[in-house]
Write a protein that binds this ligand. Structure first.
Ligand SMILES: [Zn+2]
Length: 296
């Protein structure tokens, strides 16, 4: 297990690939776990050895709240923007674009597909933390930076004394930036990414797969990562100029591999993500025919 000063990095299966994520444990008298997406056994072992007393979720996504339910007596907090969203399945369905794409019937169907633990993980969250405020856990200083874009409320925990930041879903994977919920925003994603680069930090811990980066590495990776947004713009623009309708465009696989679009939540996010790029490109979509038109 990697440890940077008091910050222990806990892995999920498959290098913390979705539907898992990396967790941090702050080895201090307050016994704080940040995100619960790491391997269940690793988390339970940490709990046995240290006794987790507080769980902090960077945002409400299921890969980051995955094992909240394993610690039923432990207080759990999330960022203030997403506290209400996380309270109800309807709120999460809206934020995921399920309502936008499929209406109430789609939400009912989606609800039935959710594992019981999933709602428990969110239901146990009972409090919030403040953004941009110094918290002291023992003598470890942490600030929860508000870094909207991936979701509207995502926070990145920053440890100024150690020069460490947990960049969560700025994961630098080849999939590229994810802002596909209705609470995601491309411009904010870019702005928050640039803010992370401007921090006084030497260690960037990603939430999935790639592990940790030095400042220089993270800067180089970020440029490529954000460039994927431009490539998506170019691809979508090209197909619209060829005369594709919205439905045709959503079957290509701009974000997700074409085959995975059979899965309805990926299809939902594909559609929702494409809508954001269309808006960005000034392309309107006819609600009746799905015809796509560039604004003159
Ligand atoms: Zn996420």
């Amino acid at each position: 297990m990697q440890k940077i000063g008091p910050i222990m990095i806990l892995e999920g299966p498959n290098n913390s690939k979705v539907p898992y994520s990396r967790s941090l444990f702050i080895d201090c008298p307050d016994k704080v776990l940040i995100d619960s997406g790491a391997d269940a056994k690793i988390l339970l072992d940490i709990n046995q050895e240290y006794g987790i007393e507080l769980i902090i979720n960077t945002h409400y996504h299921p890969d980051h709240t995955r094992h909240n339910h394993l610690f039923s007596g432990v207080k759990k907090c999330i960022n203030p923007i997403e506290f209400e969203t996380a309270k109800t399945v309807e709120g999460v369905a809206r934020a995921n674009g399920v309502y936008q794409e499929w209406g109430s019937a789609g939400v009912e169907k989606w609800k039935k597909s959710l594992p019981q633990e999933w709602t428990q993980n969110l239901g146990e969250i009972s409090g919030t933390y403040e953004y941009e405020t110094d918290y002291l856990f023992g003598d470890v200083k942490v600030q929860f930076l508000h870094t909207p874009g991936h979701t509207s409320g995502l926070s990145c925990p920053y440890f100024p004394d150690q020069g460490v930041v947990f960049v969560s879903d700025y994961d630098m994977t080849s999939f590229g930036p994810w802002y596909n919920g209705t609470d995601g925003d491309i411009d904010n994603f870019i702005a928050s990414g640039k803010r992370l680069l401007a921090l006084d930090a030497d260690v960037y811990i990603t939430g999935h797969q790639k592990g940790t980066f030095s400042r220089q590495e993270f800067t180089e990776k970020m440029e490529k990562f954000l460039h994927i947004i431009d490539r998506r713009d170019e691809t979508i623009d090209k197909y619209v100029r060829q005369g594709m309708t919205f439905e045709e465009l959503t079957n290509i696989g701009i974000f997700y591999p074409k085959k995975s679009l059979e899965n309805s939540i990926f299809r939902t996010w594909e559609r929702s993500g494409i809508r954001k790029h269309l808006q960005r490109l000034g392309i309107s979509c006819s609600t009746s025919t799905g015809e796509l038109l560039h604004a003159k």
